[in-house]
Ligand binder design. Structure first.
Ligand SMILES: NC(=O)C1=CN([C@@H]2O[C@H](COP(=O)(O)OP(=O)(O)OC[C@H]3O[C@@H](n4cnc5c(N)ncnc54)[C@H](O)[C@@H]3O)[C@@H](O)[C@H]2O)C=CC1
Ligand SMILES: O=C(CO)COP(=O)(O)O
Length: 321
């Protein structure tokens, strides 16, 4: 069995490496900087996932060729660097399947990970792994359920088998559009939910925000041909609930900091920020009603204060649910 390749040495890539290695498989995690790879090797731990020691069968490399012949590669970089990474290194990866674990919409092109994989690595089968799962929970072996989406049902079933473990339970779908949009959009709603809590608007307001945010997610996904069941599943509703209610979430925490007008470390990965901008621009261009997303984009870009955004949301015309 070939080595499972993981491209992107952050918290999620490391957590997936650890849990897959625990089933006895060989794993190689690629970091884009040798200094970072060396630091992980020295400490046998990734600073992005503190407290988790790496098993012996997890190799850390900064040489892309070390995962070049892997039949299966997980893409675990942040969304906004995925296209650049595959443009640079995609030609050296001969994987039969590539599984995108990043959540978001590419700001430069408005595309999701499946389209980016298809453009840069046309010989591979693209898939998506997404759903409610904090890297720390996966790495600690806590029970986690995710959606594995692949348009090719045969490859999807094989990936489901390969990537499921005793603690990581994968459900399968062929709806890659719904899976990737659910994961992308829930991060925008998590920022909004954080703002609601940070500004002290209360738990009832958060529940209203999550519900109306979910309606908005469904509307956007439907415009792209996604199946409603996918949005109602782990990759949409499931991840929305987790991310909008947990202080472990970076998107939620970023929103809380915005709401409290507090400093937030710019080094922390907050996928919902760029995705809010990307989705807001698409929604405007296509005439899709996305008031929460538009508000988040406006607030992040400093074009509207939080109080202005809230006032506008609350003064929208009354309508049927
Ligand atoms: N951390 C989590 O709990 C989960 C994360 N994800 C998704 O996984 C993706 C990655 O997130 P994390 O691992 O948490 O991020 P992270 O912030 O822990 O790590 C990001 C890593 O990306 C690497 N990187 C940065 N620029 C790069 C480039 N140009 N080329 C290659 N690698 C580069 C850095 O070395 C860094 O270690 C995100 O889209 C996130 O939404 C999905 C589920 C859970
Ligand atoms: O995607 C996640 C949980 O499913 C992680 O959320 P954050 O990126 O907000 O930490």
């Amino acid at each position: 069995m070939s080595v499972i390749g993981i491209a992107g040495a952050g918290a999620f890539g490391t957590a997936m490496g650890v849990v897959l290695a625990q089933t006895g498989r060989e794993v190689a995690i690629w970091a884009h900087e040798e200094t970072f790879a060396e630091e992980i090797r020295q400490r046998n731990e990734n600073a992005r996932l503190p407290g988790v020691k790496l098993p012996e069968n997890v190799a850390i490399t900064s040489d892309i060729d070390d995962i070049g012949r892997s039949e299966l590669v997980l893409l675990t970089t942040p969304m906004q660097v995925l296209a650049g990474m595959l443009q640079t290194h995609g030609g050296r990866l001969s994987a039969r399947a590539m599984v995108a674990c990043c959540k978001g919409v590419d700001l430069a092109t408005g595309r999701g990970p499946v389209a980016i994989i298809a453009e840069n690595c046309p010989a591979t089968v693209p898939a998506v792994l997404t759903g409610p799962s904090f890297a720390a929970d996966i790495a600690r072996g806590l029970p986690t359920a995710l959606t594995l989406a692949c348009a090719d049902p045969g490859v999807g079933a094989a990936l489901q088998e390969q990537l499921s473990t005793p603690t990581l339970r994968l459900y399968r779908t062929t709806d890659t559009v719904g899976a990737e949009l659910g994961g992308a959009l829930k991060n925008v709603m998590a920022i909004a939910a954080g703002i609601v809590i940070g500004t002290g608007l209360g738990e009832s307001a958060r529940a209203a925000l999550i519900t109306r945010g979910f309606a908005e997610m469904q509307r956007f996904a439907r415009a792209y041909g996604a199946e409603p069941e996918t949005l109602a599943g782990l990759s949409g509703f499931g991840d929305l609930v987790l991310t909008c209610t947990s202080t472990q979430s970076r998107n939620f925490s970023f929103g809380v900091a915005l709401g409290k007008a507090q400093y937030f470390d710019p080094e922390v990965t907050v996928e919902g920020a760029a995705t809010a901008r990307a989705v807001a621009a698409i929604a405007t261009a296509r005439g899709i009603d996305m008031p929460v997303t538009q508000s988040v984009a406006h607030v992040i870009d400093g074009r509207r204060s939080i109080s202005e955004a809230v006032k506008i949301l609350l003064s929208r015309p009354l309508k049927e649910e």
